[in-house]
Structures are given as C-alpha cells and as structure tokens.
Design a protein around this ligand. Sequence first.
Ligand code: 13P
Length: 277
Amino acid sequence: MVDGFVGSWNEVSSLLRFNRNKNHNMGRKFFIGGNWKCNGTTEEVKKIVTSLNEAKVPGEDVVEVVVSPPYVFLPVVKSLLRPDFHVSAQNCWVRKGGAYTGEVSAEMLVNLAIPWVIIGHSERRQLLNESNEFVGDKVAYALSQGLKVIACIGETLEQREAGTTMTVVAEQTKAIAAKISNWDNVVLAYEPVWAIGTGKVATPAQAQEVHADLRKWIHANVSAEVAASVRIIYGGSVNGGNCKELAAQPDVDGFLVGGASLKPEFVDIINSATVKN
Ligand SMILES: O=C(CO)COP(=O)(O)O
C-alpha cells in the first residue's frame, strides 16, 4: 500500500514536471540581455529607456529582460527603467574592494541593488587578457556576494576553423564549474568571437549544436539537474531579422545582444521569446 502510494505519487509528480517542461521549455525562462558596452551619453541612455518603457512585450512569466549600461549610467537607468526589466553591470572586480584603482566591486553593485553582472565577455578576455581562471574566480566571487551572473564563453574564428570549438568552450566552462557549486544564479552566454559585432551571425544550426554539446558537457561534468535547468543564451550579431529562427532552436534559451540592443529592434528581439510558447 505504501509502495503503491509512493509509486503513484512519483508518477503524478513526473507527469506534472513533464507538463510544466513541455509548456516552458524545460522550465528555462527565455532570457534577453542587452549589452550596451561602452556606448551612450546620459541623453541617449534616457531615450533608450523611454522607448523600452513604452514597448509592448510579453510578461515576466515568459521573458526575463536585463539591460547592461556602462557603470556610470547604472543609477539613472535603474531609477527610470520599468519594473519588469532589470539592470546588469558589465564587469566587477574579482574580490572584495580596496586598493584597486579603476575597479568596481561586487559589493558596490549589491549596495546599489544592481542584481546582475556580465563576466568574462570576450572583449575583456581578449583586450584585457582575462584568463579562464580569472573569469572563474570572478564568477564565484560575484555569486558569493549575491549577484546573478551572465558568464560569457566562446571561440575565436581560428579556433572554430581548427575544429576546437567544443574544447575551447568546455575549458572555459570547466574553469567556472571548478569554482562554483550552485548554478541557480548563472546564465551561460555562448558568444562566438567571430560573430560579435561582425554582422556574421551563427546559423541556427551552429548555435544549436554548440548549445546542445555544452548541455551534454554540463550533464557529464556538473550534474543532470544543472544541465536541464541552466539557461544557455546566444550572442553575436543577433538582430530583429534573425532572432526568431535562433530562438526556435531547442537549446537556445535567449540572447545577449550588443549593437541591436541600442536600437528599436531590441523590442522585436525581446518578443522572439514568444516562439517558445
Ligand atoms: O558581444 C555581444 C553581446 O555581449 C554581441 O555583440 P553584437 O550583438 O553587437 O554582435
């Protein structure tokens, strides 16, 4: 009797889980990040916020929207932005603040109630020599302070042409996995370097292939649970024209958008979340 009850409860709960997953893409809410990079004046930033505030987009139950202005504009954007959208910093320091001229600490972001931070963007990896290990340390420290992290990975054109894409992104992910034990507040952004700012977007098949392989890697090296639940978003020349086809890929859980996040087409990209429903 007890066994029968346990059995049927397991059946019911797995059925519930199945239905929930079927409707919501394994429970992974679509995520749209707008990385404004090193762009904007106060006036321009206010204009972008005004147009975002007027935009018609699906509710927070369907899509999570996070915009990432430069540090100096974080307070103004946060104060003006609609409450269903959130803000992110583009970087933070690897440990507690102190004598680190020019840096901004995770504690400061928390103090300003900035919930998200981008870490390991390829522009920082390339231009500022941020290593896999340094990125892993930064992700771990930011999480330890209560921030949510968009952790970026991705291969260069040379590495793709040499057939090492998966090795490269697995190494980058491994360096993060080595430093953290809880992935609940991590979104992984796969951003092939050759696609960033080049207009050369990955094909939906290319993006899907890497995302699916990454999920398999996480399944084997982290856990089945994290593999099923972690959101893997794509970044690199996403625009209003190509977002729907990319969004339709089963392992693409959203986008990290650069150039197009400064333009009205960002709203179309947010609306591509409806492809999943
Ligand atoms: O780097 C990116 C987002 O972080 C992508 O930039 P683009 O969308 O301009 O290619």
